[in-house]
Structure formats: C-alpha cells, structure tokens
Design a protein around this ligand. Structure first.
Ligand code: GDP
Length: 531
C-alpha cells in the first residue's frame, strides 16, 4: 500500500530530529546487570554524574522498579518508563523494562515501542531462560538485537563458546564489534575490530567513575600481550564483520564485551548504538500502511500506570511518539473514541527534575497525566490526520485465579477496580460462563502480577479481595462453535477475554494433547507472545 502522504504542516525539522534518535531497551535475565549497565550508560552521557554507589539490591521488592530505587538512592529523578540523554550528537531514549520475570508482559509491550534491543548476557551464564523468551519477542516483532556480554571482569565462558551458543540456540550469527584480549577475569582490554587497536581500562579511584581508557596501536598491544593479542586476532578472524543489512533483518547481532560495573565497554556500546541501531522509521498502521516519521503527530500508548498521587487515582500514560512533532498544549485525538485529549500536562521525567516536556520527536517518550481514558495500545494523533496503530498484543498467560471481594457491599468498586487493572494491563481479565460477574478469572504471565492486583484493589479502591487458584497452566485460542464441546471436557474451561478472544484453559500439555486427539477439528491455537 502507498504510504500516508506527509502534509505540508509537518515541521521541516522532524525528519532530521527523528534521524538522530535512538530508542532502545535492554533485555536480560534478572541479575545479568541491567540496572548497573543503565547507570553506566547514563553516566557516560553525563546525566547522572557519578555511578557506582548502590549496586546491591538485597531485600528488594520485586514490584519496585529498579529505576525508582535508583531515584530514591540518588535523589535523582528518572522516570520508570524512559531515560533520555544526548550522546555524540544523538538523542538516546533508553526504555526501562522490569527486572522480574513475572512482569515480562510489561517488557513485551515496551518492545513494541523501541527500534532496537540490547541483549545483555552474563559472561558466566550465557543465554538464560528470560533472555530467550524476550529474544523470541524481538524476533517476532522484527526488533534488531545488539548483544553485550557483561561481567567480563570475572571468570566466564570462552568468547567463542558464547558465540556458538548464540548461533546454535537462537540462530543468531554474532559479528563482533570488539573482542576481549585475555580471558574473562584476566582481561587486558578490548580489541577494536574496526581499527585493530587495543583499548585498555584502568579503574578510576574507588571504581566509581568512568574507567580511564587508553588506546594502544596494534604493535604496542602485541608487545605488551603477545600471546593474548594474537589469540584475540585469530579468534575474531573466524567471525564475520558487522553487517548492517543482516543485523536489521535479525540474522546477525553486533557483539560487544564489557563490564558495566566498572564501566568497561560502555562507550563502545553507545557508539555502536549510535552508528548501527536504526533511527525511528515509518510505522505501519492498523491497515499496514507505513506512516512516515514526518507525517503529523501520532503516538502509541505502550504503558499505563497509576499516578504517583494515590488520593487522585490519576493515570499516567506513556506514549512513544511515532510521527511528527509533539507539542505540549496541543489537543490531539484519541483514536479509540474519537475524543479530544488535552496534552497540557505532558511530562518528561528526565535528568534531575520531573520536567514539563514541550516538544518531542519520533522515538521520544512522553508521559501524559490525567490519562484516565487511555489504555495500553491506544493511538493518539494530531487533529485532521487520523491513524490507528495495530492493537497491542496480549500474551499467553500461565497462571489463573478467580477473584472476588470479601466485602459484599463493595461489588461496584470491585468491578471498577478490576476494569482499571485490566486497562492498565496489570492482569488479564477473563469471564467464564461458569462463574458470575462477581468472580472474574485473572490471568497472568507471572504470579507476582496477582500480588500487585490485590494490593492495588485494597489500597486504591478500598476493596478487600480473595483469590482462589485455578488448576490451569496454559491457554489456547478457540472458536465459538467449539465452546460447548470443550466445556464438557473434564479439567477444561472456556473463558472470554476483554478483547473478545475465546480462551480454552487446560491444566497442562498432556490434557491439551488428549483433547486434541479426540477433537482434531477444533482450533486450539497457541497464544504466541507478540502475535
Ligand atoms: P539486573 O537484575 O539485571 O538489573 O542486575 P543488577 O544491575 O542489579 O546486577 C546484578 C548483580 O551483578 C549486582 O550484584 C551487580 O553488582 C553485579 N554486576 C553488574 N554488572 C557487573 C559487571 O560488569 N561485573 C561484575 N562482576 N558484576 C556485575
């Protein structure tokens, strides 16, 4: 289909501003070092000043974003949604993803709002379950992936074994940007593949600042570390050079080594993102038509959260600007309802202050307060230039409970609260004909989501809630004419999701297989993450 034409009122600087943006998220298994790397990246861009003081997180409540923790620990203000900084003439937007696997559904949604992902691996562990899941989502959504092997300051796997693992387990060919000289743990520096220099690092006093880097020419590097230098050259020669086309196509991954905690390799990662990661591009709308970045303003709501002020039960919506120039104060249209939405109170929470944001460009993240009408997946657009982006996918839940309020006088508040949590995407809500309106099924990717739901229902809505576990572990999508047959099967229940999808719930894959054998004609389609 032809692209939507740009209109003359689009500001001429939009395309140039979009071109210098890099919007990405870090995906990793918990403890690989995401928070540490985030601080180190921001430090390099001089937003935070000095990294390092707080890396421990014992006793951390998993529901608290690491970034909120950083904010408290340092008295700085970073949003729990995005951190923005300038680097080398570019504007970098780093979107936060929750650390705990139970909140991976939030991460999936964030991946709908980025142009690139950094896959962070622990050098001693390689690919871990959560990394694999998130990588699948990237692949599904066509998000290109840069790989950063972290914790190279201590013993780990052999670099070639890590490369093998990437290729064997996820079919991703690694193309090194740099290569370690010396083994993990006894490490002399990074061979820069581009110009065959060695970057050495010296820990700054206290280890809290940017590592002091020195660059040695090849001859000097060889003189200092003759064997290790030759080994590094030999090893890296086995692997292909970085290739932009296959990287963007998801076939190769630029590979870097480093150690976030001592700021090693962090500059190289930023340089790689700036030079290789894609800038915001035309985004396909719900009809598959690409909307150019210089078309009038449009944005996608990818995260909704309860406002900080509990008394007002305000909702904060985070919007990724997809096209055009966002100007605070402009009245935009909410595609789902056709109603106007005032952006007078747009916020960014970057740098030291929660600031009001006046202008934002494609790739930037804007926080909108008073966003009670907005839900995850919604589109906003400038008047006169309607667009809807495809709905945000819902992910395959693996945990199911029924919820009811123990205070019968609060049925109304209970329903309202449940509705609100569903709109925010805290949990998925299913209705089953077997259970009344007062006992919806809550479905989640991870059980901590239920904890958040019950805490919020009691604190924000004053509704005491009891949950009962349901003996299901997986859901499959089915059709209306199969409901009666499936509901008659022992251990199987069919429920309707808010988006109208019919989900058949099964205890396990064995039960699913036996139902399939008996009813080969019934559609039982997997709910693929990202589908
Ligand atoms: P997250 O769960 O992925 O956010 O991980 P954190 O950033 O909280 O780091 C988990 C642990 O790994 C902490 O104890 C960090 O100090 C440690 N860590 C992070 N980066 C490095 C690194 O480059 N080298 C070493 N040795 N430890 C690291």
């Amino acid at each position: 289909m032809p692209p939507t034409p740009s209109t003359p009122q689009a500001a001429p600087d939009v395309a140039a501003e979009a071109a210098r943006r890099r919007t990405f998220a870090v995906i990793s298994h918990p403890d690989a070092g995401k928070s540490t790397l985030t601080e180190a990246l921001a430090l390099h861009a001089r937003v935070i000043g000095e990294a390092g003081a707080v890396h421990g997180k014992s006793g951390r409540r998993a529901v608290i974003s690491d970034w909120m923790e950083m904010e408290q620990a340092r008295g700085i203000s970073v949003t729990s949604a995005a951190l923005q900084f300038e680097y080398a003439g570019h504007v970098v937007n780093l979107l936060d993803t929750p650390g705990h696997a139970d909140f991976s559904e939030d991460t999936y949604r964030v991946l709908a709002a980025v142009d690139c992902a950094v896959m962070l691996l622990d050098a001693a562990k390689g690919l871990e379950p959560q990394t694999l899941k998130l990588f699948d989502v990237c692949r599904h959504r066509g998000v290109p992936v840069v790989t950063f092997i972290n914790k190279w300051d201590r013993p780990g796997m052999h670099p070639l074994d890590l490369v093998d693992e990437l290729e064997q387990r996820i079919g991703l060919r690694a193309t090194p940007v740099n290569w370690p000289v010396g083994e993990a743990g006894v490490f002399h520096g990074l061979l820069d593949r581009n110009d065959e220099t060695l970057t050495t690092f010296e820990r700054a006093p206290g280890g809290a600042r940017i590592a002091v880097e020195a660059t040695l020419a090849a001859a000097e590097a060889k003189e200092r570390h003759p064997d290790e230098w030759d080994t590094a050259l030999d090893e890296v020669a086995l692997l292909d050079d970085v290739d932009t086309e296959s990287f963007l196509a998801g076939q190769t991954t630029p590979l870097l080594f480093g150690a976030g905690v001592v700021n090693v390799g962090v500059r190289q990662l930023l340089d790689t993102l700036v030079s290789l990661a894609p800038a915001p591009e035309a985004r396909p709308d719900a009809d598959g038509r690409p909307r150019p970045v210089d078309a009038p303003f449009s944005g996608l709501v990818f995260k909704v959260q309860a406002g900080m002020d509990k008394a007002h039960r305000d909702r904060l919506a985070f919007v990724r600007v997809c096209s055009g120039r966002f100007e605070r104060g402009a009245v935009v249209t909410h595609a789902a309802t056709g109603r106007p939405f005032a952006t007078k109170y747009a916020r960014t929470m970057l740098g030291r202050e929660r600031e009001t944001i006046d202008i934002a460009y494609p790739g930037d993240i804007v926080g909108l307060v008073n966003a009670n009408a907005l839900t995850v997946g919604d589109t906003l657009y400038a008047d006169g230039a309607p667009v809807s982006f495809p709905p945000m996918p819902s992910f395959a839940p693996e945990h199911f409970v029924t919820a009811r309020t123990t205070d019968t006088g609060k049925a109304k508040q209970f329903r309202r609260g449940i509705e609100q949590l569903a709109e925010e995407g805290v949990v998925q809500i299913l209705q089953s004909a077997r259970r009344g309106d007062g006992a919806p099924i809550l479905a989640a990717v991870g059980p901590l989501q239920f904890e958040v739901a019950t805490t919020r229902l009691s604190q924000e809505f004053g509704v005491p809630v009891a949950l009962d576990n349901l003996p299901y572990g997986l859901a499959r999508r089915t059709d209306p004419d199969a409901v009666a047959v499936l509901d008659a099967e022992a251990g199987v229940e069919v429920a309707e999701r808010r988006d109208g999808a019919l989900l058949a719930l099964f205890p396990d894959t064995w039960r699913l297989a036996s139902v399939r054998r008996r009813h080969p004609d019934i559609r039982l389609a997997p709910l693929v993450a990202g589908a």
